[in-house]
Ligand binder design. Structure first.
Ligand code: DP6
Length: 323
């Protein structure tokens, strides 16, 4: 009754920000993302008769933060219900990148827990069911289930809000070069941020433009039109952060280094190198480029003061059980 799963982080080109239902994590709008090859979580779940309660370790240390622990236990509870068991589990999990700095650690971490727990109980599900179940743990976790380029269809009911592949892994050779800016965990979690979205006077306007934006970005992806695609990605990131900044109270996820990178990416584009930035709920910056430019971008990012690491990601497969 033991299984190990590996699941990627994902970067959203069109963001999930704001929910119709907080508990079931039904989002206000569809979102579009890509699974990342070099930023992932690995999680082992073992259900055991000798355990009185669930034991959860992150990188060999017990998780003490109540909120983090509860999310994992709730995920196990959902799987236990499906497997009709009350056995407690031992969970060991780790990421190859820092948590809660804008690199979707909840996406990879909680999708890995979901897949490993199902595997341990030998429960089989299709991608739609699986992404819908992972979504309940963390919205973005559902997007780490399918391979490649993904759309999360908002749906209106719990089982109709799921993620699906829109283009396969090898559709387009683009990269996400992630500039890891800090190891410190962010002050306002994305779960809290989602709740504040509607307090921004601009939120309604954001939602009004969403459907058209999604049609436009999918067309750019279908045509592999990088310039068109990149402009939408960057515009969308600024749109989401404008909502954060004008929420009440306001949330500013950026640090000085974030702003420095934004300016650098814009300058490179004017001078000689086409790339576009996007940012999730944290200070790290994702620089999206064509594969042929990725190493050059990595080198340049490492020269920016405050950048701790730069990781080149290709499009990748989604969550998998490891043999
Ligand atoms: C800013 O999935 O972390 O990364 O559902 O409350 O766990 P919860 O939120 P989470 O949302 C993060 C959203 C984002 C944008 C995106 O990836 O779409």
């Amino acid at each position: 009754m033991k299984a190990t799963a590996k699941s990627p982080a994902n970067i959203a080109f069109i963001k999930y920000w704001g929910k119709t239902d907080l508990k079931t994590r039904i989002p206000k709008n569809n979102s579009i993302s890509m699974c990342l090859s070099d930023m992932f979580s690995v999680c082992t779940v073992e259900f055991r008769k000798d355990l009185k309660k669930d034991e959860v370790e992150f990188k060999g240390e017990k998780i003490v933060k109540k909120r983090e622990l509860e999310r994992i236990i709730k995920t196990l509870d959902r799987v236990r219900k499906l497997g009709k068991t009350s056995l407690r589990a031992r969970v060991t999990t780790e990421n190859n990148f820092p948590k809660a700095t804008g690199i979707a650690s909840s996406a990879s971490g909680l999708s890995a827990v979901t897949v490993a727990a199902l595997g341990a109980l030998n429960i089989k599900m299709n991608t739609k069911e699986l992404s819908s179940l992972a979504r309940l743990a963390s919205g973005t976790a559902g997007r780490s289930i399918p391979d490649g380029f993904v759309e999360w269809v908002k749906g209106s009911e719990e089982t109709e809000s799921y993620s699906k592949q829109i283009f396969p892994v090898d559709w387009w050779e683009i990269c996400d070069v992630v500039a890891v800016v800090t190891k410190k965990m962010k002050k306002v979690s994305s779960t809290e941020g989602h709740k504040l979205a509607e307090t921004s006077p601009f939120y309604k306007e954001r939602l009004k433009g969403m459907e058209k934006k999604i049609i436009r970005i999918k067309k750019a992806m279908r045509e592999r039109n990088f310039s068109k695609f990149g402009r939408i990605v960057e515009d969308e990131a600024l749109n989401m952060h404008a909502i954060c900044m004008t929420s009440q109270p306001s949330i500013i996820y950026w640090s000085e280094t974030t702003v420095k990178i934004i300016k650098e990416v814009m300058r490179w584009r004017e001078e000689d190198l086409e790339s576009y930035f996007t940012i999730d709920a944290g200070p790290s910056v994702h620089v999206i480029c064509e594969k042929k430019q990725a190493q050059k971008i990595k080198k340049r990012l490492l020269k920016v003061k405050g950048v701790e690491r730069a990781v080149v990601n290709n499009p990748s497969t989604g969550a998998r059980l490891l043999a």
